[in-house]
Write a protein that binds this ligand. Structure first.
Ligand SMILES: Cc1cc2nc3c(=O)[nH]c(=O)nc-3n(C[C@H](O)[C@H](O)[C@H](O)COP(=O)(O)OP(=O)(O)OC[C@H]3O[C@@H](n4cnc5c(N)ncnc54)[C@H](O)[C@@H]3O)c2cc1C
Length: 369
């Protein structure tokens, strides 16, 4: 039996599961079933993020995935079914002190990868976004090709390619058990019955750890952390062509959104896997941070806000590859705050590994065995 004949069950229709299914289809895998406990794809993290494609990152292996993935999203392959808008507003990453030095190193690495990256002085940075005047910074890294995308279009695109290749998506079906026989995957039991499988892909996002436990797989810990996003009503002083502005020293970001701003106080709170409720204290944190970091920033009101979970492994690195304990059990998890940006390359790497490529030591689950 070749990999194209295997029966794959993918748990989760977020970016991890959808992009993996898409790239399995590109490689000719035939018998793929995606099981999603919710009634729609992207109900959790994949539908609640800022949709920003950011390529200047400090972890080189993740930055490689980000650059490859951004290229895919900007120029999808022929026959791509759903146009994905890519608004290349660019990204400014502000910092001071040690963080600024680290940013300069990240910028150097990004240049080595062929990205159009510049170092801006504080004056140039304030000239681009006047309301941040008065903040304390040593400079900013400018990446022109970063941008904001339509996340629903991208997620739908991955799923449509998978369906075109024969994949079946079953919504509203929860995996309760991963059945193992003789140390290998036999199938999954869901709330609707048993499904045989040769390969089970754990793309369960915040639920990756409990799904791993169901399979008796390597004990990999994951930490789902809640983060809030806030959107203002339209504001006449906001320029729609302002870049995404991330301050890594003071932990706050914002970007133009629907005539106003989308803002984030970079809050991080450990929660068990769940549909995270919002917490009004995050709005207080946002107000405090805005006032402290950018003293001349005009007051903003909030039209709507929501919370989502970003899921981290113990070493904050992605977990992509075969489980070292259970044959046929495969991980695509721990995509943290970069799961949209890197999705195309993550799916491609996962599909390569599922088709027999050598493990990628940067992401291999074996590091936790
Ligand atoms: C506030 C916020 C802002 C972010 N901003 C960005 C950004 O700008 N750029 C970026 O690149 N990334 C961003 N991210 C990160 C990005 O959203 C995540 O990395 C990505 O969505 C993770 O995708 P996933 O498929 O692993 O998880 P999920 O989207 O959570 O998908 C997992 C799916 O598995 C399903 N599932 C779980 N258990 C079972 C089961 N037993 N049976 C059936 N189905 C199951 C769940 O229902 C879920 O749909 C942000 C995240 C947050 C929260």
């Amino acid at each position: 039996m070749g990999p194209e004949d295997a029966r794959y069950v993918i748990i989760g229709a977020g970016f991890a599961g959808a992009a993996t299914a898409c790239h399995l289809a590109y490689r000719g895998a035939r018998q793929v079933v995606i099981l999603e406990q919710e009634a729609v794809a992207g109900f959790h993290s994949s539908g609640r993020n800022a949709g920003f494609i950011r390529q200047v990152l400090s972890e080189p292996s993740v930055a490689d995935l980000a650059a490859k993935s951004a290229e895919f999203i900007r120029n999808p392959p022929p026959g791509w079914p759903v146009p994905v808008s890519y608004d290349a507003i660019g990204c400014l990453i502000l910092g001071r002190g040690a963080q600024w030095e680290a940013l300069c190193r990240d910028a150097e690495l990004a240049r080595g990868r062929g990205l159009d990256v510049e170092l801006w002085s504080p004056e140039e940075t304030v000239a681009a976004i006047p309301p941040i005047e008065g903040g304390s910074l040593d400079g900013a890294v400018w990446c022109a090709s970063d941008g904001v995308i339509d996340i629903n279009a991208l997620l739908s695109g991955y799923l449509r390619v998978a369906q075109r290749g024969g994949a079946v998506i079953r919504y509203g079906e929860t995996v309760r058990e991963v059945r193992i026989r003789d140390g290998g995957v036999q199938g999954v039991a869901t709330d609707q019955g048993f499904l045989e499988a040769d390969v089970v892909v754990n793309a369960a996002g915040p639920w990756a750890a409990p799904v791993g436990v169901m399979a008796g797989a390597a004990p990999i810990a994951f930490h789902p952390r809640r983060r809030h996003l806030f959107v203002t009503p339209p504001l006449d002083w906001v320029k729609p062509d302002w870049p995404f502005c991330l301050n890594v020293s003071d932990e706050i970001y914002f970007q133009p959104n629907s005539g106003g701003l989308m803002l984030c106080p970079c809050d991080e709170e450990d929660l068990p896997p769940c549909d995270p409720p919002t917490d009004i204290r995050a709005m207080e944190l946002l107000a405090e941070r805005l006032a402290a970091v950018y003293p001349r920033f005009p007051d903003v009101s909030i039209a709507r806000y929501w919370a989502g979970l970003r899921t981290f492994s113990d070493d904050n690195r992605f977990v992509i590859g075969w489980d070292p304990k259970v044959e046929g059990f495969f991980w695509v998890a721990g995509l943290a705050g970069h799961g949209v940006t890197t999705s195309a390359a993550v799916g491609s790497l996962a599909a390569d590994l599922l088709f027999g490529a050598d493990p990628d030591p940067d992401f291999s689950p074996a590091r936790f065995a």
